[in-house]
Design a protein around this ligand. Structure first.
Ligand code: F0G
Length: 380
């Protein structure tokens, strides 16, 4: 078999579609190129003729889709001479910022809501060496503080208000189109700050448009003459669906939510930064927003793990739970090809996983053959 070219991350892979030059020093950990897995058992369970794929973003270097945005944001920050980055985060952005800052040799400051981020994410920020600032407040308050402090201190914001973040994240859509040979009919994502749904839409629009046209109102870079447009399948774009946790569902309420709460801490956000853009995504794509209870989110997480062997974090499972409901009701019609983004790895939040598996098949026995045999024969 001939040797394959070494994969060196999404900026190198998609440099013609990204704001980099030949001289740009690229800060990469080999992010992107994640598996698109076709579900087998869940569609069968639903009894509907649909094709559901999951884009397993939890297999990125720090375990979430944030690495796609962070390779771009940190690459550009370094190019522009910055020595420090800052973000507010529900956990995954802080993990990615910390890792890419370490790689670049610059300082990361991360603001996280005290007691409301999953253990794996906290471990990452600390281990990668970020200055970890816990605030007695929520993500939305952290976000406001970050925006204010960045005006007074020499730090670059790497939240998705930084336009380079969305540029990196749009590449997930490129990968999906290349692998399916076209865009899916529906693309479903969990929505928090609403950067990722916007980034995916930008990616789909660029890949389906002729060079030099205005591809979408959602893109900060689009001045009516898109430099990055031009992909393999012209005219193919999905309907975009955003699922939120019921306790943190500003897009479903139509207004900001004051005290957001959900077990899916990654999307515990009441005042999304990409508010206007995400509404444009909904309009342009003919999509919708909907909400799921925490119980439905956790049930979907468990089902995906136990029926398909895929472990995602609670927030990510919102897209699976939402799709199951919308396929069942017929809102997503039979014959559809659907992609769900699994935004983060299940290992990020071991506490929630263990807590909801109280009814699991774990037994504790003495270390002898008879006990092991009893344990096995009791189940078979
Ligand atoms: N899923 C996961 C696992 C996330 O970490 C996030 C966002 C989302 C979904 C929602 O994406 O914000 O682009 O709509 N996490 C951010 C963070 C807020 O700080 O890690 P979004």
């Amino acid at each position: 078999m001939p040797f394959r070219e070494r994969y060196t991350g999404l900026i190198n892979r998609y440099r013609d579609h990204l704001p980099v030059s030949d001289d740009t020093r690229i800060i990469s950990l080999g992010e992107g190129n994640t598996p698109l897995i076709r579900l087998k058992n869940i569609p069968q369970m639903l009894g509907k003729d649909v094709d559901i794929y999951v884009k397993y973003e939890g297999l990125n270097p720090t375990g979430s889709f944030k690495d796609r945005g962070m390779t771009m944001a940190v690459t550009k920050a370094v190019e522009e001479g910055s020595n420090a980055i800052i973000c507010a985060s529900t956990g995954n952005t802080s993990a990615a910022a910390a890792a890419y800052a370490a790689r670049a040799g610059i300082t990361a400051f991360v603001l996280i809501p005290e007691g409301k981020i999953a253990m794996g994410k906290l471990a990452q920020a600390m281990m990668y060496g970020a200055v970890t600032i816990q605030i007695r407040g929520n993500f939305d308050e952290g976000m406001e503080l970050v925006k204010q402090v960045a005006e007074q201190a020499p730090v670059t914001i790497v939240n998705s208000v930084n336009p380079y973040r969305l540029q990196g994240q749009k590449t997930a859509a490129f990968e999906i189109v290349e692998e399916l040979g076209r865009a899916p009919d529906y693309h479903c994502l969990p929505v928090g700050n609403a950067g990722n749904i916007t980034a995916h839409w930008i990616g789909y629009c660029e890949y389906s448009a002729q060079k030099g046209t205005r591809v979408t109102e959602s893109c900060a870079f689009c001045d009516g003459n898109c430099r990055y447009a031009g992909g393999p399948v012209i005219g193919s774009r999905p309907v975009m669906i955003g699922y939120q946790a019921a306790g943190s569902a500003p897009f479903v309420r139509g207004e900001a939510v004051k005290n957001p709460d959900t077990v899916a801490t990654a999307i515990r956000i009441g005042n999304p930064q990409s508010w206007d853009r995400a509404w444009k995504v909904k309009e342009e794509s003919g999509g919708w927003f909907d909400e799921l209870s925490d119980a439905d989110i956790l049930a979907a997480q468990k089902l995906l793990a136990q029926r398909e062997g895929i472990f995602c974090e609670p927030a990510s499972a919102a897209s699976i739970g939402g799709v199951m409901r919308d396929v069942q009701s017929g809102r997503i019609p039979e014959g559809s090809t659907i992609v769900c983004t699994l935004t983060g790895n299940g290992l990020k939040d071991p506490d929630t996983a263990i807590k909801q598996c109280g009814d699991s098949r774990m037994v504790t026995i003495d270390a002898n053959l008879a006990s092991v045999k009893d344990a096995i024969l009791g189940i078979l």
